[in-house]
Design a protein around this ligand. Structure first.
Ligand code: FAD
Length: 290
């Protein structure tokens, strides 16, 4: 099903993000991942998005997972794709592979600069920004396109208003849905909705939710995404940081509160970053007023 139709039908749409396992014993890890996804399938996710490793490091694995999700779970998969290091012909060939799998949707991203490089350098005959990639996908395929949004502003952009103008370029180029970076303070998301509305962006904006499941994870998230964790939550996490079960409970309780407030405010969906595990996501979804 196409993303634009998914968000027309039911509210709130539940969707998940997973990533291709890395390291040793990949086959075993993938089997474990599918067990987790089978557990999560009882929540009837409308789609599962599969990340594309930085710099294309999981190019084939992303598509293998997508195939298996479709065949084994009968859930609509949405591959992520970045244009890092690729020329137009290479992008076109990847898009052709996606279409051969009979998929409807793609999450189109520019991607981060390759490791060791500070700035994103446009590849030869490639693209410098996601809006160019969206335009290219739109004119060469029939795929429905999701793009990324940043309620707390993309880290490279010093000004949220400017970042939203750049988001608008992606919408004008043909994006149908915006999925946001994770955040923990709904205030940023609601302000983002106001600002995107003022910018005449009228496609669904889906909050990205990551239930906190460990203290070290919080430190990593803050440094990677730059998102702010509310002081009251941070204090609780610090107080119980040596007790893993307490941290998990605080994370789930917080995510439930956060999602319920989003649902009460009419969000079209919740996109949950599962980190390939079912436990926290299941606990959150079971507790929601869906
Ligand atoms: P863009 O929209 O191109 O924006 C990048 C920066 O350039 C922003 O600061 C923006 O304000 C500015 N900008 C945009 N267009 C223009 C323009 N035309 N002129 C001037 N400035 C402009 N990364 C991966 O490697 N793999 C993944 O699977 C992946 N999945 C993600 C999923 C989600 C939901 C999100 C939120 C992020 C994901 N990322 C992923 C991270 C993403 O690749 C990075 O955040 C990357 O730095 C930006 O990608 P983008 O598509 O948002 O870029």
């Amino acid at each position: 099903m196409r993303l634009e139709d998914i968000y027309q039908n039911q509210k709130p749409v539940i969707s998940f993000e997973i990533f291709p396992p890395k390291g040793e014993k990949i086959e075993e890890k993938i089997d474990v991942l599918f067990q987790e996804l089978k557990t999560l399938s009882k929540f009837n996710p409308s789609y599962i998005s599969v990340t594309y490793g930085a710099g294309g490091s999981t190019r084939e694995k992303t598509l293998d997972l997508v195939k298996r999700i479709k065949a084994e779970l009968n859930i609509c998969p949405t591959p992520h794709f970045t244009c890092v290091g690729l020329s137009r012909p290479e992008i076109l060939s990847y898009l052709e592979n996606i279409q051969k799998l009979d998929l409807n949707n793609i999450l189109a991203l520019r991607g981060d600069p390759p490791k060791g490089e500070e700035k994103f350098v446009k590849p030869k005959d490639g693209f410098g920004y996601a809006n160019e990639l969206v335009e290219y996908i739109k004119s060469n395929t029939d795929l429905n396109i999701a793009v990324a949004g940043y309620p707390e502003c993309h880290q490279e952009c010093g000004c949220l208003d400017e970042d939203i103008l750049n988001l608008k370029r992606k919408v004008n180029a043909g994006a149908s849905v915006i999925i946001t970076q994770l955040f923990y303070d709904n205030k940023f998301f609601f302000e983002y909705l106001d600002k995107t509305k003022q910018a005449d962006i009228d496609i669904p904006i889906i909050p990205g939710i990551l239930p906190i499941s460990s203290y070290t994870q919080v430190e990593r998230i803050i440094s990677l995404s730059g998102c702010k964790v509310p002081e009251s939550l941070m204090k609780k996490l610090e107080k119980y940081k040596d007790n893993k079960d307490d941290i998990k409970k605080i994370g789930v309780d917080y995510a439930v509160e956060q999602c319920n407030e989003l649902i009460d405010n009419g969000v079209p969906g919740l996109h949950i970053y599962t980190l390939n595990k079912s436990e926290a996501t299941s606990s959150v979804l079971e507790a929601l007023n869906l």
